[in-house]
Ligand binder design. Structure first.
Ligand code: WAQ
Ligand code: MG
Length: 272
């Protein structure tokens, strides 16, 4: 592993996040020095061209991540569940979550929060809810901001082989691979039981349930087109759980996806 740079972006409208602005978008990369400037520019453009609107505040942070502390992780295998509409989608999400070990109450609670807007101020959060997988209690210190999982990316060669292997399946797209990387970091913490996510972008209705147990399960309909609500819920088991250490892992430990899922070898990827 070499030294890498963490690049983080967050944008808002109506002022900065700290001054009550509405969150528009965010993104995180972990990249080599050679591509750093290009990635920074790409991220700036991405902030300026979001379907949720033109931000008037953009924060870009660049930080060195030393090789010695970067963790290598395996990509989650991806599968798509057959949901024909939002009702089926929500039911499949709850079924998957409960099978993985989340209580039915917590699973339903999470779906309800993302559906109605998880921020207590109304609308969406910048980061994720941390939820007790048993009781459904919210544990994140700031329920409007939430907690962001950052310092995560793919090793370029691993991403290339992954892209070849899934190209036939139609999801070799940045939105999907970025979500898989984020989910892999989240579910690799021993206290994470599962993650539930769907986008707050009005045009993107596919979401997922992720876990180490079942991998990354895509669900085609978790909201109706045009709906500006969405979010993320990280379900945790609270025995031997230290909230501060958990947040520290999500926000500070750099992680690189440098292995394909079991059974998806480089050789197979080349053959497809
Ligand atoms: N850490 C924690 N929460 C986050 C992060 C992060 N790094 N990034 C976004 N969120 C939360 C935040 O509340 C957003 O409002 C919400 O998630 C949705 O973020 O086809 O595009 O970036 O396989 O809009 C899933 C891909 C796409 C499904 C999800 O989310 C597929 C997506 P978005
Ligand atoms: Mg979004």
């Amino acid at each position: 592993m070499e030294d890498l740079y963490s690049v983080r972006m967050r944008s808002a409208k109506g002022g900065s996040h700290e001054h009550g602005g509405e969150h528009i978008s965010g993104a995180e990369r972990l990249v080599h020095r050679d591509v750093l400037s290009a990635v920074v520019m790409e991220m700036m453009e991405r902030a300026l061209q979001h379907e949720k609107g033109q931000p008037d505040f953009i924060n870009l942070t660049v930080e060195l991540a030393e090789a010695a502390i970067i963790r290598g992780l395996q990509a989650l295998p991806a599968d798509t569940l057959p949901a024909k509409n939002v009702e089926e989608g929500h039911q499949l999400a709850v079924d998957a979550l409960t099978e993985i070990g989340v209580s039915t109450y917590a699973a339903r609670q999470a779906v309800q929060l993302l559906k109605t807007g998880p921020s207590p101020k109304g609308g969406v959060m910048r980061g994720a809810i941390i939820m007790d997988a048993e009781t459904g209690k919210r544990l994140e210190p700031d329920q409007h901001r939430g907690v962001r999982a950052t310092k995560i990316d793919w090793a370029p060669e691993t991403l290339m082989h992954w892209g070849d292997a899934v190209s036939q399946l139609g999801f070799n797209r940045p939105r999907v691979w970025e979500a898989i990387a984020l989910a892999a970091k989240v579910v690799n913490h021993p206290c994470t039981v599962a993650e539930l996510c769907w986008s707050d972008d009005p045009g993107y209705v596919t979401g997922y349930v992720a876990s180490l147990k079942r991998g990354y399960l895509r669900i085609p309909h978790l909201k109706k087109p045009g709906d500006p609500l969405g979010g993320r819920v990280f379900f945790v088991r609270t025995t031997d759980f230290n909230l501060a250490a958990y947040i520290e892992y999500l926000e500070q430990t750099p992680a690189i996806i440098n292995r394909l899922p079991d059974g998806m070898t480089k050789k197979e990827a080349d053959l497809l």
